[in-house]
Design a protein around this ligand. Structure first.
Ligand code: CP
Ligand code: NVA
Length: 323
């Protein structure tokens, strides 16, 4: 399969075969790294990493993957460049495109990453926008594939803020890959119609099933995967108190894990997570979207998932830019 020169802005524009190819390549690159093989598929490439928002996993995954494959990563933080402030997205894209072989963007507006892709003349990868987080979902699906051996037919519930970047991207990815996918959330946090319509369109082609429900018991029944994310995403901090009230019944705890009725369901979270009171943000309220008990349980695969960010991001770079 040839993905050379392609952007990765959203999973919308990747077919299920292309997603499977990226997952298989990720697994292969993971095996190679573990055997000490570094093929240097990106030898001599220069990669710009633009970050308007903070990041631990995405930034580190890109940097380590670049260095493993022989590329040079250049971190451009929010106060380092003129993007959108003193210079247009189009001009920044054309300048960076003359110097770099590819660009990663993490930030607020999805239109910014679309604008960069339109004008840069080199591959642009979305490292999270308010709308989508496609490199995360590749890591999530690799983790599911490692645990269950396949994606088609997997029963997958996303519980919590059903209209954020994670919910949107998982819905589209699950629809493409033929899963039985549920959004379990209060109605006011159901995904936007545009996302549901896209999901239903892909579901028709793949045999996937998409359900939106407020009912936790019904939503998690028979699920192989329980997934959640923070209740207020980056940029929505002012919403935190309202969300805590609204989403309290949607915390993933042991009762919810048992309500799946499965012996070995898995718990996933893109991280960072509020699972105890050991962070500045959670010191008063304690665990939010997931209980400490579930987070630290045998069901939790969140650190495999975090590691897989690196292998999947490496696969995206190698496939779209490699030799
Ligand atoms: N999951 C994720 O994107 O983590 P970071 O915000 O640390 O990059
Ligand atoms: N929905 C979260 C995901 C973090 C990886 C956010 O945008 O803050």
């Amino acid at each position: 399969m040839n993905l050379r020169g392609r952007h990765l802005l959203s999973l919308d524009d990747y077919s299920s075969e292309e997603i499977s190819y990226l997952l298989d390549l990720s697994a292969e690159l993971k095996r190679m790294k573990r055997s000490g093989i570094r093929p240097k598929n990106l030898d001599g490439k220069n990669i710009a990493l633009i970050f308007e928002k903070p990041s631990t996993r995405t930034r580190c995954a890109f940097v380590v993957a670049c260095v493993d494959e022989g590329a040079h990563p250049e971190y451009l933080g929010k106060s380092d460049i003129q993007l959108g402030k003193k210079e247009t997205v189009a001009d920044t894209a054309r300048v960076l495109g003359r110097m770099f072989d590819a660009i990663q963007f993490r930030g607020f507006k999805h239109e910014t990453v679309v604008g960069l892709a339109k004008h840069a003349g080199v591959p642009v990868w979305n490292g999270l926008t308010d709308k989508y987080h496609p490199t995360q979902v590749l890591a999530d699906f690799l983790t599911v594939q490692e645990q269950f051996g396949h994606l088609k037919g997997i029963t997958f519930a996303y519980i919590g803020d059903g209209r954020n970047n994670m919910a949107n991207t998982l819905l589209i990815g699950a629809a493409k890959m033929g899963m039985d996918f549920r959004i379990v959330a209060p109605k006011s946090l159901f995904p936007e119609d545009e996302i549901v319509e896209l999901g239903n369109k892909f579901a028709k082609e793949s045999g996937a099933k998409i359900t939106l429900t407020e009912d936790v018991k019904k939503g998690v029944k028979d699920c192989d995967v329980l997934y959640t994310d923070v209740w207020a995403s980056m940029g929505e901090e002012a919403e935190m108190q309202t969300r805590i009230k609204l989403l309290k019944p949607y915390q993933i705890d042991m009762n919810m894990v048992k309500a799946t009725g499965k012996e070995n369901p898995i718990f996933l979270h893109c991280l960072p997570a509020f699972h105890n009171n050991d962070t500045e943000y959670s010191k008063e309220i304690g665990a939010m979207e997931v209980s400490e008990e579930v987070f630290e349980s045998r069901y939790s695969k969140v650190f495999d998932q975090a590691e897989n960010r690196m292998h999947t991001i490496k696969a995206v770079m190698v496939a779209t830019l490699g030799k």
